[in-house]
Design a protein. Structure first.
Lengths: 402, 691, 171, 103
């Protein structure tokens, strides 16, 4: 894979650094050493990103809520993550007396491991994919399935009704939103004709005159991105879909009985999940590592990837500061009555877009765009209208535990 | 123009999209629904005319111009299923006719259905119907044709039962659906058989299609039961479908009942779409029908069957029409009769003649139905011709156009299209070498047609209006009609289509006169025979026959048009027995009631009886016997071997419990036996030497 | 093929499956069962069936295991073990039956001559699988879609409690 | 050992273990787990034969396993829904207590 890059390419040095380092070892060891190096780079890089994001989030939320945010540790409070880390590591690790000890211990690990695995298939730059699988997208979703199990393990093993309720909420929410999440990527897969993320990224790195071929710049891509992003918000349990751990309702959800280092791992897994799914959104819709204009290609591709990723993370934080939490039934009807139909309709629109590719009559381009936008927009308006009309303010019903 | 040739599917697609869009609308959006439906059919009409042009320009050089596109729909295993579109003269002229006539009917419905609360639904179904028919026309695959064929059936079911709150309408819809389904079963069997033998259902596929020489040779070469060739068997099976759809004997019984639907529906069903579909199907598979050279005197047995079926239908339906009193039923039977003519024409080899009659008939029959609709609308939903009358004065436009349609149907010489097309058919029938039977049947039918149409005209339009008197005589106003209003002329939205259709009913005849057989050349690519003394003679004969029919009708009815309702039909006075037979439609429905339906019912009753009497009695006997035994045993028990018997019983109970342990409802016990059996099977297979 | 690794995974899968089936608590059983399913996916990976391996994890772990877990929560004896005191004889008979079947399979496999392998490998890329599904296996695929729809509706109707739904309306 | 034989033996063992669970465990959910294990054993067979005997249909094994997975998911959904329904009725998921057809 090194042969494709020229020496002048900025990616050349990063990719060949690994080859140079592994060159010191026996040939039989090299694949393992390379895997180790890649894993170390990924975990290290994303752990740093985690630290940066937490401080950014707290500062950003502070700005949104008209307060300064953390500003005591270090200059402008920039060392706050380090302080947090020390605090987490030195706290006492409390395990409830009746808890299922083994499962309680395993749950954070099961939560973190699959998310970290998912990082392996993302193309971070030109020829910079740690594990270029043929079925990369499927791999991503397959390993993502583990986090539901982890939520269950955490909630069930704690022997605490808040934990269990939080786990049930989390599982129901994750299963439901996994459908629109996966279905909204189907359109991309259809258009690219491949499940390989590398291939999908490469297809978007071309330009027609100066317009990049990013998927978000098509009607179906726009709708798909919005669907995907909304579902991703819910999948990563972020506000406004943070019911599983809504502090004001069920304490801390399935994490209630966790403290210290285990809690830190959960926290990290949540942020890692956010990074992974945002990376996937960048790859699928935002053109992965390609520059927005042909003239800007001199900036290294991984930098572009980083910029887009940070942009999406900013949107995550922004939404958290802006939107209130949903009710459980609103959450479900939103998923099943709006997102899922939209994802299905979007597949049809994408198919129409594909087949209208070789229209040649005059104004075909405008006609294609109009039809595409209408195909996405009209059902959206209809569905949203139906959702609004049927969900009036009903009398509040209280149900008690039996 | 090039574009429409390559995108011929757009023509059925447009009404289909209109239907889909209307289906999503609310009931109140009447204007939008109507404009969508009209717009769809109008665009389809424009497309049809554009598509008609190249078929016109390309034909007539001893070969038929044909353009088709095929796509593989899906492939299971190694068997591809293809569908496709074809544009050839046959499809081209049908497209124009169907879209034009349907469009006019749509316009007419605007007025006719204006007060109906389900206006929107009506236009949805109508568009679906038109789309399905256009799909039949452009299909290049028997499969696609069958799909559209069934869609037509579905749409007709929905439309005939449009006023489903009327029990008779719901009943009629069901009858139409079931009766045509019987024929469709034959169609389906024929289709499957064809696919099994030729491996394709495409009509034209660059020499590979099932209507092209390669496949036909194979089909003819193979004989099946009774010495019939495969081609004959398959085309006869497909003909079953056409019998059902086109109302041929013996499956014609649904067609008169279908009059329960709104009148524009009747016009659409009987003029342009559904019944024409059967004839069109036979025209489409004509090469298959005609493939067998080894039949009697060089004629395929399938053709002979088609010809005789058509001829019998033509005469029989015309005879029944003579004694009907419902204005729409008379027209329904005349439709059956005319369809018989078309089938007969196809059967005797007059491919162009049959299609020509199909086209002209579409125009004048649509005209007649819409005229009847106008009459019904103007007379507050009165359909009995004995209660109409004198409408000539009240509804002049309707009268004039209706008269043109009637003369076209009756075949009044020289000026009207029906004359030319019917004459063409009779000419072909006369030239048929096998038998003159169909020719004479056809002549008799022509006579009766002229007669019953005269009768209807006189009843409806001459004399005085009889509707009011009826109200005064019978004071039961349960029907709730408005008795005091006189008939009124219909609005322009209804009369303008009538006028356009009337122009068509006159003018269309001149595209294929014996003096200038343009249509024949257009459709087949060969020159027609032209004028000969035989042709002229036949024209004179048929003119005379028609004149006789008209004259007899006038003599019987026209001289003293009935002034009062109670007057008996003059024909009934002359021949009461025969009239009653005809009035009861030759008892076809009753025969079916007594045979097929009764047989089914009887089977049900027999089963029921066996269940009730035999088994129940048997069970009762057994239980009595058991009771008797138990009584006896109780006696024995009490007086005799009390103790010993108890012990035996205990033993038996114990044994029973042991045995019942095998059936204890515990699923795992069952599974255990299953596993044992599985192991036994393994060992058997492993040591039984089976690999 | 890394034979040692492969053998190790095989033993791991079998051990995990056996332990899962012997676990007293169903929840633990499900968790260990998931381990054996993941091991099975690794075996598929070793056999170069990449797509199937990922699909296996996605469906078996992501859907089936979660469903089982959810049922455990709903039936509320996830903690309290419902294994009643049982006659040892019954369990022994069951185990013997299973062992019999297992033995028969083993004998058949070892005795069969149909296990000759051929060296050629046909790699299954995603594109090839997709094309096979859309052409040759289109009919089974459609039927399967129908089956899944029916199963979905059946599951919803079965799991719906009519009485409770009725009561909810009242207060 | 022949790798194909190895796969088949593993599959046979998994099948046996699943069968044992069905026959011995009293909890309906455990029996269902055993059933899933048996299905997976069957899938392993298909993959093994597809990998080592590629002279038949090129994609047959893989496609069949995909179908089997889908059917397993459907079966699990319906089975678990049944268990939930039965639990509502008997307040138990013990197979021994479900020996009546009549509710």
């Amino acid at each position: 894979m090194q042969t494709i890059l020229a020496v002048t390419d900025p990616e050349f040095w990063i990719v060949n650094l690994g080859a140079w380092l592994t060159g010191w070892f026996e040939p039989a060891w090299r694949p393992w050493i390379q895997a180790l190096l890649q894993a170390a780079a990924l975990v290290g890089g994303f752990a740093t990103l985690f630290a940066v994001t937490t401080i950014l989030e707290r500062k950003g939320l502070g700005r949104i809520q008209n307060r300064p945010g953390p500003n005591r540790v270090g200059p402008f409070g920039l060392l706050q993550p380090a302080a947090d880390g020390i605090k987490m590591l030195t706290k006492e690790d409390i395990v409830p007396a009746r808890a299922d000890k083994i499962v309680h211990f395993l749950a954070p690990i099961v939560m973190l491991a699959p998310v970290t695995l998912a990082f392996a298939v993302i193309p971070y730059g030109r020829e910079m994919t740690p594990m270029p699988l043929d079925a990369g997208l499927l791999f991503f979703f397959a390993v993502g399935a583990g986090s539901e199990l982890a939520a269950f393990m955490a909630g069930w093993s704690s022997r605490n009704k808040y934990s269990l309720l939080g786990a049930i909420r989390a599982i129901a929410q994750m299963i439901s939103f996994e459908l629109p999440l996966v279905l909204s990527t189907v359109a991309v897969v259809m258009m690219a004709g491949s499940l390989s993320l590398v291939e999908i990224a490469r297809r978007q790195a071309e330009y027609v005159s100066f317009v990049p071929q990013w998927h978000i710049l098509t009607p179906w891509g726009l709708a798909g991105f919005l669907t995907f992003f909304t579902a991703a918000l819910a999948e990563s349990n972020r506000s406004p879909f943070d019911l599983p751990e809504g502090e004001s309702e069920i304490i801390g959800g399935f994490m209630t009985e966790y403290s210290g280092f285990k809690y830190a791992i959960f926290f990290m897994a949540e942020y890692f999940g956010m990074f992974a799914v945002s990376s996937l959104a960048v790859v699928l819709f935002l053109g992965a590592w390609s520059a927005p204009l042909p003239g800007l290609q001199f900036i290294p591709s991984y930098v572009w990837f980083g910029i887009k990723l940070m942009g999406l993370l900013f949107v995550f934080i922004w939404l958290r500061g802006t939107l209130p939490r949903l009710r459980a039934d609103q959450l479900m009807s939103f998923c099943w009555k709006l997102l899922l139909p939209m994802a299905l309709i979007n597949i049809g629109v994408a198919a129409g877009w594909h087949y209208s590719r070789d229209w040649s009559f005059p104004a075909a381009w405008g006609c294609r765009w109009f039809l595409g936008l209408a195909g996405v927009g009209l059902p959206f308006m209809g569905l949203a209208w139906g959702l609004r009309r049927r969900r009036g303010w009903g009398p509040r019903v209280y149900r008690y535990a039996e | 123009m090039e574009w429409i040739i390559n995108h011929i599917w757009v023509i059925p697609g447009l009404p289909l999209m209109a239907a889909g869009a209307i289906a999503l609308m609310k009931r109140e959006q009447r204007t939008l629904a109507a404009s969508l439906a009209l717009g769809g059919i109008l665009l389809a009409f424009i497309g049809s005319v554009l598509a008609f042009w190249p078929t016109m320009a390309g034909s007539g050089h001893d070969a038929v111009w044909r353009h088709y596109q095929n796509h593989v729909w899906f492939q299971f295993g190694n068997y591809p299923l293809s569908i496709g579109w074809v544009l050839d003269p046959l499809a081209g002229c049908m497209l124009v006719m169907v879209t034009l006539v349907s469009g006019l009917i749509f316009v007419f419905s605007l007025g006719y259905m204006a007060e109906d609360s389900n206006f929107t639904r009506f236009f949805c179904f109508m568009s679906l119907f038109a789309a399905a028919m256009l799909g039949i026309v452009v299909a290049n695959s028997l499969l696609l044709l069958f799909i559209c064929w069934e869609l037509v059936g579905l749409a007709s079911y929905l439309l005939i039962g449009f006023w489903f709150h009327k029990p008779s309408a719901a009943e009629a819809a069901r009858k139409a659906f079931l009766t045509t389904r019987i024929g469709d079963l034959g169609f389906l069997l024929g289709m499957v058989w064809l696919y099994a033998r030729t491996g394709t259902l495409l009509f034209y596929d660059g020499g590979q299609g099932c209507l092209e020489a390669g496949a036909l040779e194979g089909l003819v070469a193979r004989a099946t039961l009774g010495g019939l060739t495969l081609a004959t068997c398959i085309s006869l099976l497909i003909f079953c479908g056409a019998i059902g759809k086109s109302g041929q004997v013996p499956l014609h019984v649904w067609l008169p009942d279908a009059m329960e639907g709104p009148t524009p529906v009747s016009a659409l069903i009987h003029a342009a779409t559904m019944v024409a579909a059967g004839v069109f199907l036979m025209a489409r598979i004509y090469p298959l029908l005609d493939a067998d050279p080894a039949g009697v005197a060089g004629w395929s047995p399938a053709m002979v069957v088609v010809a005789w079926t058509g001829a019998i239908t033509a005469l029989m339906a015309a005879a029944i029409a003579v004694a009907q009193t419902d204005i729409k039923r008379i027209l329904a039977y005349s439709t059956i009769s005319q369809l018989g003519y078309m089938m007969m024409a196809l059967g005797v080899g007059g491919y162009a003649a049959g299609m020509f009659h199909l086209l002209t008939h579409a125009f004048f029959k649509a005209l007649l139905f819409l005229g009847a609709g106008s009459v019904i609308h103007g007379c507050h939903h009165e359909q009995d011709i004995r209660r109409l009358g004198g409408l000539r004065r009240h509804m002049p436009v309707t009268f004039a156009t209706y008269a043109i349609g009637m003369m076209a149907l009756a075949g009044v010489p020289l000026l009207f299209s029906g004359f030319w097309s019917k004459d063409e058919i009779l000419h072909e029938a006369m030239a048929w070498p096998i038998s003159r039977g169909p020719f004479f049947l056809g002549l008799a039918g022509a006579f009766l047609t002229a007669f019953y149409m005269t009768r209807q005209m006189v009843y409806v339009f001459a004399g005085d209006y009889r509707g009011q008197k009826q109200k005064l005589n019978h004071s039961d106003s349960s029907k709730g009609r408005r008795p005091n209003k006189l008939p009124h002329e219909s609005p322009a939205v209804m009369t303008v289509p009538l006028i356009i259709l009337a122009v068509g009913a006159v003018g269309l005849g001149f595209i294929n006169t014996p003096f200038w057989p343009g249509f024949h050349r257009y459709l087949t690519g060969h020159e027609g025979e032209g004028v000969s003394t035989g042709t002229l003679g036949l024209m004179i004969v048929s003119g005379l026959i028609v004149g006789a029919g008209l004259g007899l009708g006038w003599v019987l009815y026209g001289r003293k048009p009935g002034r009062v309702l109670a007057a008996t039909d003059p024909l009934e006075v002359i021949q009461p027995q025969g009239f009653r037979w005809l009035g009861q439609r030759l008892y076809w429905d009753e025969v079916y009631q007594r045979t097929v339906i009764a047989w089914t019912l009887a089977m049900g009753r027999v089963c029921d009886w066996i269940e009730r009497n035999l088994w129940e009695n048997a069970v009762a006997a057994v239980s009595q016997l058991t009771l008797g035994f138990s009584w006896a045993s109780r006696l024995l028990d009490e007086y005799g071997i009390n103790l010993g018997f108890d012990r035996v019983c205990d033993k038996i109970r114990l044994g029973g419990r042991r045995v019942s342990a095998m059936q204890n409802g515990q699923v795992q016990h069952y599974l255990r036996s299953l596993a044992l059996a599985l192991a036994a099977l393994f060992l058997l297979l492993a040591w039984g030497g089976w690999r | 093929m890394q034979s040692d690794f492969f053998t190790l995974v095989c033993w791991g899968v079998m051990a995990a499956a056996a332990i899962a089936m012997m676990m007293r608590r169903p929840v633990h059983a499900v968790l260990v069962f998931v381990v054996s399913l993941v091991g099975l996916a690794v075996i598929y990976l070793q056999l170069r069936a990449e797509f199937v391996a990922f699909a296996q994890i996605l469906i078996s772990v992501g859907a089936v295991a979660i469903l089982v877990v959810f049922t455990l929560l709903l039936t509320r004896n996830g903690g309290a073990e419902a294994e009643l005191k049982r006659t040892a004889g019954s369990a022994i008979v069951g185990l013997a039956m299973a062992g019999l079947v297992m033995g028969c399979i083993g004998i058949c496999v070892l005795a069969s001559s149909a296990v000759e392998t051929s060296g050629a490998v046909t790699p299954a890329t995603v594109r090839q699988i997709g094309e096979a599904l859309m052409t040759q296996y289109i009919l089974p695929l459609e039927v399967l879609g129908l089956l899944l729809t029916a199963a979905l509706m059946g599951a919803v109707i079965l799991a719906m409690d009519p009485a409770r739904r009725h009561n909810e309306r009242k207060p | 050992m022949n790798p194909l034989t190895q796969c088949l033996l593993v599959s046979g063992a998994l099948f046996g273990i699943g069968l044992a669970a069905i026959l011995v465990r009293r909890n309906a959910i455990m029996a269902l787990l055993g059933l899933e294990l048996m299905l997976n054993a069957g899938s392993l067979n298909f993959i093994a034969f597809w990998r080592f005997r590629p002279d038949a249909e090129p994609m047959g094994g893989v496609v069949f396993v995909l179908f089997a997975l889908a059917i397993a998911a459907a079966e699990a959904a319906v089975g678990l829904a049944l268990i939930v329904a039965i639990y509502r009725h008997f307040h138990s998921t013990n197979l021994d207590e479900m020996d009546r057809l009549k509710g």
